[in-house]
Structures are given as structure tokens and as C-alpha cells.
Design a protein around this ligand. Structure first.
Ligand code: AMP
Ligand code: TRP
Length: 330
């Protein structure tokens, strides 16, 4: 029997946070044996906000090395750089022509990002979710493991698949999101009401996968909590709730175990222990990363082979799409 297809990606727009790790990459690892997985570094998406070219190049290789260091295996999964497979941009164009302006303008991420740069809004930011739909649909993807914030984009990808299938004939698999309950939304350490993001101006709001132990300890120590003073898991204590979630993911302990362990013990000790759990959890990843990032030949081999495998499948879908819309075969 053929394996079901999984697709996901992260933008190479700066260092990855433990939010990216917990909400996305960590879940990708466990899918590799059971599914036919495609994991991309989505550089076409990254340029929808301003990038410094030499940093983008550096960040792209960095994300690749992080993928591998976290446990993605190029023998099992297809790991590639989005711009190396031109079919992504080509299918996006076709999907643009069946996308509704109204629906795109209702995308939360677009509304938020466009607030930040009101003058000279670029069209790429507007059609960002269409490119994401193309990523997914090219591989006949069934499952898309992402964090909660991508749910609306997934809904759009499903709509576009169905619209195309109805307008022409069945062509695309309609994908489903795979959003883990715990860890789907890791919040900022400085403001537990907004999501942890690498674009946060305050670097104390996020922990990077590659942060040094001292930085991790400092950021957790400064994390915003409350005046209640008890390690409890509820919506009155969003800061503590978020820290418990992080603790749980990195230690493997359940929420209940953690809450029981810290009953009657203050935030100070809890934070100290959490910092060690995170430092130790990231240590093996950072060690592997440091080896990989210096092995440029190996990284190149991985992304070249990945692009070749991805192109083969992506071009098959693209050819069918081009035929259905009425283009003459090239
Ligand atoms: P991005 O950094 O926007 O490219 O996001 C890459 C992946 O990480 C997506 O699947 C996001 O949903 C996920 N992600 C990003 N930030 C968080 C967060 N704070 N909590 C959980 N998942 C996240
Ligand atoms: N838009 C996603 C994000 O920022 C990244 C992404 C691009 C993606 N293409 C994708 C995720 C396809 C899943 C599937 O998080």
C-alpha cells in the first residue's frame, strides 16, 4: 500500500524558536516512518517581508541544519529548498486565478502583517497563502502538521483544492491539518497573550533553538508570571500555563505530574528547573547542529537530492494541472 503524504515547512527568516520546534518540527520527526514526508525550507515565502540577501542564504542553510539536527532524516523524508522546485511558483500562478480577493483579505496573518507595513504593501504578502496551498497540493498531501496559527491557511488550501477539482475534474487530494493540542501555540515569555515569534522586538519573548544555556536561563528567569504564586494550570495564569506546557514537552512529564510536583513551591524553583529541562533538551540538538553547519558539502548533497525527488512528484501534478486548464504540452 502506498504511504500517505505529509507536507510542511518553515520560513528561513531568522533563527527558529522553541515555538517552531514544539508546534512543528518535533511532530514532523515522529511522522517519518509511517508517512511519505516532504519538509521544505520555504524561502519563497520568506521574501514576502524584507530580507537581507546574504542573511537569507545563511538562514536557509541554518534551517536545513536545524531540521537535520532535530532528527529529520534525508533517507526517510524529502528535505528541500522551496525555490529549487519551480513548480511551486508555477502552480501558485494557476491557483491565483481561482482565488478570491475577499477570502485572501480575510486572512488573519495578512491583516496582522499588513498593519505593520501599511504603506507599500506588497502583493506577495497577499497571495502568501496561495503559495502555501501550492506547496501542499503539488504532492497530493493528506496531512499537514503545523501550529494553530496556520489553520486558516489550511482551510484556504482545502477550498482551492475543491474549487479546482470541481471546476475541472478531480486533480488534488484535499489536505487535512494536523495540529497537536498541547504545544500548538507556545506563547511569548514576555506577553503570554501573544504567540512566541522570532519577529518579536523583545528578544526576551522567545527562546531560540540555538540559544546558549545562559541566554535560556536568563530568559526563563525573566518570563512574565503573576502574583498568585502557585504553579497551577489555568487561564487565570497564562504565563505559568505556557511555562508548564514548555516543561511538559521537553521533559515528557504530564501537566498533572508537573503541577503536583510544584505544589506549595514558588515560581523561582519551578523556573530554575524548567531552564535546566530546556537546556538539556536542546543540548543534543545544538551539538549535532554545530557539526552539521560546518559540513557544507553534506548539506548541499541533502538539498540537491531533496529537490530532485520533490521535483519529480511536483512536476507530475503540475503537468496534469496545465493540461486541464488548457495549456499546450511543452
Ligand atoms: P513560521 O515561523 O511562521 O515559518 O512557522 C513555522 C511553523 O512553526 C508553523 O507550523 C507554525 O505554526 C509553527 N509555529 C510558529 N510559532 C509557533 C508558536 N509560537 N507555537 C506553536 N507553533 C508555532
Ligand atoms: N506559512 C507557514 C508558516 O509560516 C510555512 C509554510 C509554507 C507551510 N508552506 C507551507 C506550512 C506548507 C505547512 C505547509 O508557518
Amino acid at each position: 500500500m502506498e504511504k500517505k503524504v505529509v507536507f510542511s515547512g518553515v520560513q528561513p527568516s531568522g533563527g527558529l524558536t522553541i515555538g517552531n520546534y514544539i508546534g512543528a518540527i518535533k511532530n514532523w520527526i515522529s511522522l517519518q516512518d509511517e508517512y511519505d514526508c516532504y519538509y521544505s525550507i520555504v524561502d519563497l515565502h520568506a521574501i514576502t517581508v524584507p530580507q537581507v540577501p546574504k542573511d537569507l542564504r545563511k538562514n536557509t542553510l541554518e534551517v536545513l541544519a536545524i531540521y537535520l539536527a532535530c532528527g529529520l532524516d534525508s533517507e526517510k523524508s524529502t528535505i528541500f529548498i522551496q525555490s529549487h522546485v519551480p513548480a511551486h511558483a508555477e502552480l501558485t500562478w494557476v491557483l491565483n486565478t481561482i482565488s478570491y480577493m475577499g477570502q485572501l483579505s480575510r486572512m488573519t496573518q495578512f491583516k496582522e502583517k499588513s498593519k505593520k507595513s501599511e504603506e507599500n504593501l506588497n502583493a506577495g504578502l497577499f497571495t502568501y497563502p496561495v503559495l502555501m496551498a501550492a506547496d501542499i497540493l503539488l504532492y497530493q498531501t493528506e496531512l499537514v502538521p503545523v501550529g494553530e496559527d496556520q489553520k486558516q491557511h489550511l482551510e484556504l488550501a482545502r477550498d482551492l483544492a475543491e474549487r479546482f477539482n470541481n471546476k475541472y475534474s478531480p486533480t488534488f487530494q484535499v489536505p487535512e491539518p494536523l495540529i497537536k493540542k498541547e504545544g500548538a501555540r507556545i506563547m511569548s515569555l514576555q506577553n503570554p497573550e501573544s504567540k512566541m515569534s522570532k519577529s518579536d522586538e523583545n528578544e526576551n519573548g522567545y527562546i531560540l533553538i540555538l540559544d546558549k544555556p545562559e541566554a535560556i536561563r536568563r530568559k526563563i528567569k525573566r518570563a512574565v508570571t503573576d502574583s498568585i504564586g502557585e504553579v497551577k494550570y489555568n487561564d487565570e495564569q497564562l504565563g505559568i500555563k505556557n511555562l508548564i506546557n514548555i516543561y511538559s514537552v521537553f521533559s515528557g512529564d504530564t501537566i498533572e505530574e508537573i503541577v503536583n510536583r510544584y505544589e506549595g513551591i514558588g515560581y523561582g524553583k519551578f523556573k530554575e528547573d524548567l531552564a535546566e529541562v530546556v537546556v538539556e533538551g536542546l543540548r543534543p540538538i545544538q551539538e549535532r547542529y554545530n557539526e552539521l553547519i560546518n559540513d557544507k558539502d553534506y548539506l548541499e548533497k541533502v538539498y540537491r537530492e531533496g529537490a530532485e525527488k520533490a521535483s519529480y512528484i511536483a512536476n507530475k501534478t503540475l503537468r496534469r494541472v496545465y493540461r486541464k486548464v488548457g495549456f499546450i504540452q511543452r
